[in-house]
Design a protein around this ligand. Structure first.
Ligand SMILES: Nc1nc2c(ncn2[C@@H]2O[C@H](COP(=O)(O)OP(=O)(O)O)[C@@H](O)[C@H]2O)c(=O)[nH]1
Ligand SMILES: [Mg+2]
Length: 239
């Protein structure tokens, strides 16, 4: 039987993590769950520890302090490979990504090594207007600067098989935050990993506030520019 790992990173998601876990178990009863929590001051870790009693398929990795979303994702990718999972699904735990759509995102792996949930091309973006404008702006820019046949670059609702994971982990990432998620796609594209996308519905977070620093928006634009310059053959030779 195929082994699946569903991963999320948490920082202050005490009110969101239980509905997320229940949603994941309902959608994929046989999957294992990995939660990387950075000692959230709101006690998310303690909520997860209680859930582990009811759902032994959960593994909780507690890091000593807030270490960033990108390093949590790299940690999960390494964990999935080291433990011989056939599929890794990554997503946010705040209610923006819906566990009921995990099977759809995973289904993309029938035709490719990597699948991303897209908020355009049949998907929807139902967050507040400023966020919709930012996401659409970033994704439009990415489609122009870094074309690779997909419409979504920034969201973290993604499915990987081991081929895709090995390609990502072979790279030494310089970026964090949204820029990391873009760089991750470019790394797979360069490595020739087959990629596809499926529509998802992205909602506003259920509870709490965003933990991604606002300067990430500018950093991701810089990263996009840097990555697109790196596509020019003579500049890539130096990198
Ligand atoms: N472990 C860990 N999780 C994080 C960190 N920063 C954000 N997250 C989690 O990553 C997911 C996305 O973060 P969020 O603040 O919703 O970002 P946004 O959706 O881009 O505004 C959520 O599940 C957060 O709890 C971090 O430094 N460490
Ligand atoms: Mg969020």
């Amino acid at each position: 039987m195929s082994r699946e790992l569903i991963f999320t990173a948490t920082y202050n998601e005490a009110a969101n993590i239980e509905p997320w876990v229940r949603g994941v178990v309902a959608a994929r009863p046989d999957a294992d769950i990995l939660i990387v929590d950075d000692s959230s001051p709101d006690g998310t870790g303690a909520v997860v520890e209680k859930l582990v009693v009811e759902f032994p398929q959960i593994t909780l990795h507690s890091r000593p302090g807030k270490s960033g979303l990108s390093s949590a994702h790299i940690h999960a990718m390494q964990y999935a490979l080291d433990n011989n999972y056939d599929t890794l699904v990554t997503m946010d735990a705040d209610g923006s990504h819906q566990p009921a759509q995990i099977p759809a995102v995973m289904g993309g792996l029938r035709n490719a090594d990597f699948c991303i949930g897209t908020r355009t091309r049949g998907g929807s973006h139902q967050a507040a207007l400023p966020r919709r404008i930012l996401s659409h702006g970033a994704n439009l820019t990415a489609r122009v600067l870094l074309p690779m046949g997909i419409s979504e670059y920034t969201t973290s609702f993604r499915a990987f098989d081991p081929v895709a994971l090995r390609a990502v982990l072979a790279h030494d990432f310089s970026a964090s935050g949204y820029a990391f998620f873009i760089e991750c796609l470019e790394v797979m594209h360069r490595a020739g990993v087959s990629m596809t996308e499926v529509p998802i519905d992205f909602l506003d977070r259920f509870s709490g506030t965003s933990k991604i620093p606002k300067n990430q928006i500018y950093l991701s634009m810089l990263a996009l520019t840097r990555l697109s310059i790196n596509r020019i053959p003579f500049t890539r030779a130096r990198n």
